[in-house]
Ligand binder design. Structure first.
Ligand SMILES: *Cc1c(COP(=O)(O)O)cnc(C)c1O
Length: 399
């Protein structure tokens, strides 16, 4: 039985390799941090990490680890249940409340991942009488969530409010409309034009959904995300996000927003109803994360300073950096092979980054995406920039 299928898979995998699209996973043998050790050959190599979503440096934070340990001791390892049967502890409710307070929303529902939050968002809320108007560069999980829903689909060009308006005009044919957008687009680091989206939503009678996965903890003066940046706290009907990036770097997702929407998701959202609760220790560490972020602005300030410093040095060196309002810095190289050579040479220099090329980014838009963290020291940032300059000269990117 398997023989034919095996041959088929082998051929497909070979085609992926030949296209240069095969993904190899590099192995880290330390906690996730700004400085890590990776397995290299027979040994290990120390590198400075510029490709984690560890924006606030919390992935190995002592207070989070302590909170997780305490809760594992007091409440056990796992819930062995979905939420509505017997999978909800007080910690889960407290975390939901803390997320609502953080975003200024009415209620919150937790998921095992933001992928699930987005995957289970639209189908319970909308029918084939309704419409979703989605940014063309939205995350895969939003795209999948939209696919699982029967609503009529409209797509607008990335961040293009004129195109959005055109689609909203067409979508007047439907009963209800939701505009769906990422807060920060992960390949360029640009933020969505939420102020204009909000204005159009009012004009064309639509709801707004924003995925704050790359913006929560990062964007806005105190890291409260795109709604802070645009002064729209409490105005957006639906926000989704992850505990896997700035908020601690573990796992877990959430949808937060209007109370009736959250209530309906608890009744009908399939990844919530048919998938396990997050473990108590994760909920406790999530609570601790939000406590740290609201206690003072140290981490957010450091992230903003680090990002500004890194980008200004890279620009001064002559690199072509995509305009960004997040901690994502896309160093444009425009050539797929060059992006791979560049990343490999940087790793030799002890700098850990990933080169991205088509189809992850548009054809001819190959780049190295750098993600700055509050955990980076000035010395690590300098080493990063200096290595970029050295390799840039070697490979003829810089003169
Ligand atoms: C990372 C990411 C997700 C997925 O988050 P997980 O919690 O890891 O599933 C969803 N949406 C966006 C925009 C993301 O960047």
């Amino acid at each position: 039985m398997y023989t034919e299928f095996q041959k088929h898979l082998e051929a497909e995998l070979q085609a992926i390799r030949e296209a240069g699209l095969y993904k190899n996973e590099r192995v880290i043998v330390t906690p996730q941090s700004s400085g890590i050790k990776v397995a290299a050959g027979e040994g290990e190599k120390e590198v400075i990490n510029f490709c984690a979503n560890n924006y606030l440096g919390l992935a190995d934070n002592a207070e989070l680890i302590e909170a997780a340990k305490e809760r594992m001791d007091s409440r056990g390892y796992g819930m062995a249940s979905v939420r509505f049967i017997c999978g909800t502890q007080d910690t889960h409710k407290q975390l939901e409340k803390a997320i609502s307070d953080f975003f200024g929303t009415e209620d919150t529902i937790l998921y095992a991942a933001c992928f699930d939050a987005n995957g289970g968002l639209f189908e319970p809320l909308l029918t084939d009488e309704d419409a979703i108007i989605s940014d063309a560069l939205n995350h895969a999980s939003i795209i999948d969530g939209v696919r699982l829903c029967k609503a009529v689909r409209y797509r607008y060009k990335n961040g293009d409010v004129a195109d959005l308006e055109e689609q909203l005009k067409k979508a007047q044919a439907q009963r209800f409309r939701i505009i769906a957008t990422d807060g920060v687009f992960s390949m360029d680091g640009n933020v969505c034009p939420l102020d204009k989206i909000y204005e159009l939503a009012k004009k064309y009678n639509a709801l707004v959904m924003v995925d704050e996965s790359h913006s929560a903890g990062v964007v806005g003066k105190t890291g409260h995300g795109v709604t802070e940046l645009y002064n729209l706290r409490g105005k957006i009907e639906i926000i989704t996000g992850t505990l896997g990036k700035a908020f601690g770097g573990s796992v877990g997702g959430f949808t937060t927003g209007r109370k009736e929407i959250i209530d309906m998701l608890r009744q009908r959202s399939r990844p919530y109803l048919f998938s396990n609760s997050i473990p108590p220790m994760i909920a406790a560490a999530g609570l601790k994360t939000l406590e740290l972020l609201t206690r003072d602005n140290t981490l957010q300030d450091r992230l903003h300073e680090n990002t500004k410093y890194f980008i200004s040095r890279m620009q001064a060196a002559g690199f072509d950096i995509k305009p960004t309002q997040s901690a994502i810095c896309a160093v444009m190289l425009y050539d797929a092979r060059l992006s791979q050579e560049f990343a490999a040479a940087l790793q030799e220099e002890g700098i850990y980054v990933t080169g991205f090329y088509y189809p992850v980014v548009p054809q001819g838009q190959a780049r190295i995406r750098v993600q700055v963290s509050a955990a980076h020291t000035r010395e690590q940032l300098d080493k990063g920039v200096n290595a970029f300059i050295k390799v840039g000269k070697q490979l003829g990117v810089l003169k």
